[in-house]
Design a protein around this ligand. Structure first.
Ligand code: ASP
Length: 342
């Protein structure tokens, strides 16, 4: 028997693991252990596949920190026995979960590939088969005895992305995800073309560390014209707030009205980190470029640069759990630690 890669498939829930009851039209979860019945092609892959599943698969809209920890623990407990992991997850919050896992899994040297589908596996026109089969092939790729991909990534509709660079951009198209600030890691056509120069290269030889202390109490505030002063005051006075992600206009701009800036200053004075991310899908925050972001820079708002909102939220929760000083927090946030910013 030749040395085949061993892959663990982890089913968390979502459309990909569902079948349609053609008499009622309703979608329900199928028994994941019967996967081969639905995709017999899996037997043709040059790797050994084992499966495990959340006890009660969830729609990814119900994702939370507890489930992230559960998923990270499954990977931790199986890390030495497998060469790669494929996580089946609903597409709705896949970018959030996969971003969170990228921070939770430090010194990762094996691929963790997230995938899902827009149509259930039993549907005639399903995108689930291609997504699943190619994700497994990617997780099994080797290079000189080591895994070729050593990071958390997301595969959907012929493209492999760095997970913490992705955003769900379409609720209907098979091409549901985009990574506007970082190139695809691989593209699947007649051949599977890996963009090796874009892959994350582990910086240390240390063993995997799984960080499970993520801190909740993070608030996401999206700027919009017409924002009301009282509502803002009410939101920002939340006593348990631990971090604030501010989704700003364009390259990091906000209104220059005094009441708004004063309230932000008050948050910073409470020792709460405030992060500036752009609400544009692509591009970067550059504080100080316009007059409308100069004050933010002066008051000590942290630049999220070209990070996605999904990755910014996960990174705040992760860094808050590290119990570091506000200075170190700001330095770490503005530095790429898992390839999440340029
Ligand atoms: N609502 C589903 C979920 O995110 C959609 C999907 O599976 O893609 O779990």
């Amino acid at each position: 028997m030749k040395n085949q890669a061993k892959i663990l498939l982890i089913y968390t829930g979502g459309t990909i693991g569902m079948i349609k009851d053609y008499s009622s039209g309703a979608l329900s979860n199928f028994n994941f252990a019967d996967l081969l019945t639905y995709i017999p092609e899996l037997q043709l892959l040059d790797c050994t596949i084992s499966t495990t599943s959340f006890d009660k698969p969830i729609d990814s809209s119900n994702m939370n920190i507890g489930f992230w920890v559960q998923l990270a623990t499954i990977i931790e407990e199986n890390y030495n026995q497998y060469d790669g992991f494929v996580v089946l997850h609903g597409s709705d919050t896949m970018s959030y979960t996969s971003s969170a896992l990228s921070f939770m899994l430090e010194n990762l040297k094996k691929p963790v590939v997230f995938t899902g589908s827009q149509l259930p596996i039993g549907d005639l026109r399903t995108d689930a088969k291609e997504n699943l089969i190619t994700s497994i092939q990617i997780a099994a790729l080797r290079n000189k005895g080591a895994a070729l991909i050593q990071e958390v990534c997301l595969y959907f509709e012929y493209k492999l992305y760095r997970a913490n660079r992705t955003t769900k951009i379409n609720a209907e198209h098979f091409e549901a995800f985009a990574s506007l600030n970082y190139p695809a890691l691989a593209e699947s056509g007649v051949n599977l073309r890996v963009n090796e120069t874009a892959l994350l290269v582990p910086e240390s030889d240390e063993n995997l560390i799984v960080h499970k202390n993520l801190v909740s109490g993070v608030v996401l505030l999206k700027m919009f014209p017409g924002m009301d002063r009282d509502t803002l005051e009410y939101m920002l006075s939340y006593p348990e707030m631990k971090g604030l992600v501010l989704e700003t206009y364009g390259s990091g701009n906000v209104t220059t009205e005094e009441w708004f800036l004063d309230q932000l200053k008050a948050v910073i004075a409470r020792g709460i980190p405030v992060i500036n991310v752009t609400q544009c899908s692509g591009g970067s925050v550059t504080m100080g470029m316009y007059e409308t972001s100069v004050e933010l820079k002066k008051m000590g708002v942290i630049s999220g640069k070209d990070i996605t909102t999904e990755a910014a939220l996960a990174k705040v929760m992760y860094l808050l759990g590290q119990q570091i000083s506000p200075q170190t927090f700001a330095t770490f946030f503005e530095t790429s630690i898992r390839g999440e910013m340029t």
